[in-house]
Design a binder for this molecule. Sequence first.
Ligand code: NAG
Ligand code: NAG
Ligand code: NAG
Length: 313
Amino acid sequence: MLLPKPLLSPLLPLLPLLTSLPTLAQQTRCQWSTLRSATDQVLESLTAGITGTTAAGGILLASPSLIYTQNSVALSIASPDSVLSAPLDVAFAHSIVDQDGCAGFVRIVVLPSSDGEGGGKGVLVIGAQIFYNYTFNQGTTVRQIDLVFAREGDWQMPEGLNATALLGHVAGEDWGALSRARQDSRAVLEGVAGTYLDFVGGTVNSDGNGTGTDSEAAVAVPWGRPCSRLEGSVYTAVGDAESCEKGLSPMGGTAQGITGRQFVVDESIGAVSVLARDGKLGGAPGVFEFRVVEGKLRYVHQFAATGLARMDD
Ligand SMILES: *[C@@H]1O[C@H](CO)[C@@H](O)[C@H](O)[C@H]1NC(C)=O
Ligand SMILES: *[C@@H]1O[C@H](CO)[C@@H](O)[C@H](O)[C@H]1NC(C)=O
Ligand SMILES: *[C@@H]1O[C@H](CO)[C@@H](O)[C@H](O)[C@H]1NC(C)=O
């Protein structure tokens, strides 16, 4: 595992050794190891289910003022409507951490379990951005979780989809750490993600009218090769010779935009997760995650909660 960028400025070693650093307790950039550990704990809690009465909720229930949104609706994380209220049969999990945002992101695939718990309605794909508070005295607490899930029947998630094939696609990708020399800055990563979202969703002006044109939008995306794209459960791998542009049509003047973009970025692996509203899907809450290597787009993951379903629907 590649070491993260140093928390403190390179000047620090020149300072005399201090026994306490009170001003640093106000830092906004969070420590890598703390975020990694907290995000792993969140993932474990999600898997175990939040019962409200047991320790399974762990780090989540330890945050009394936790804000939880599910498909853009605010809920109690332990309520029966919460996708997390029952144990989830997690077949695949991927997570990233964002030191500047003091945040994490998890993307998981849940299979229906035989007793119908959790994923009983079919295969679920879940993306959750997790925002932490860190204070010197209280340590790390979960401030907010924004979770979006899609299930069979949602956009690009046909009923009876092939879960084996879906798992093969997500597990077969390389999201390994990049050497420091190959890492892009946060601004570059967010910029690449932004060009793709503008391309597939189009851009809108203040009147809400589309402004993007096909030629502008397609040219702006730094397409990498090879590249693969997973929309819901639909996989497009175009091979070494082509980019993820294949099969996509820009929105141009009819665009409604992909708006309200909320980013969690991990420079160490070139990962950018975005929660947003997809105008062309009726404003459905959507999850995107991109892998960018040396400024070029290599993987695109996207799913959307077009049914806006709760677990008891
Ligand atoms: C996080 O910090 C904010 C601002 O200080 C505070 O309002 C909120 O209650 C904190 N949340 C948790 C879960 O500690
Ligand atoms: C599901 O996908 C796997 C792996 O690609 C394939 O071997 C299998 O035949 C598929 N099953 C069906 C029912 O299409
Ligand atoms: C924006 O779209 C609306 C409805 O389609 C239209 O009435 C309006 O004139 C458009 N505004 C501009 C500036 O194009």
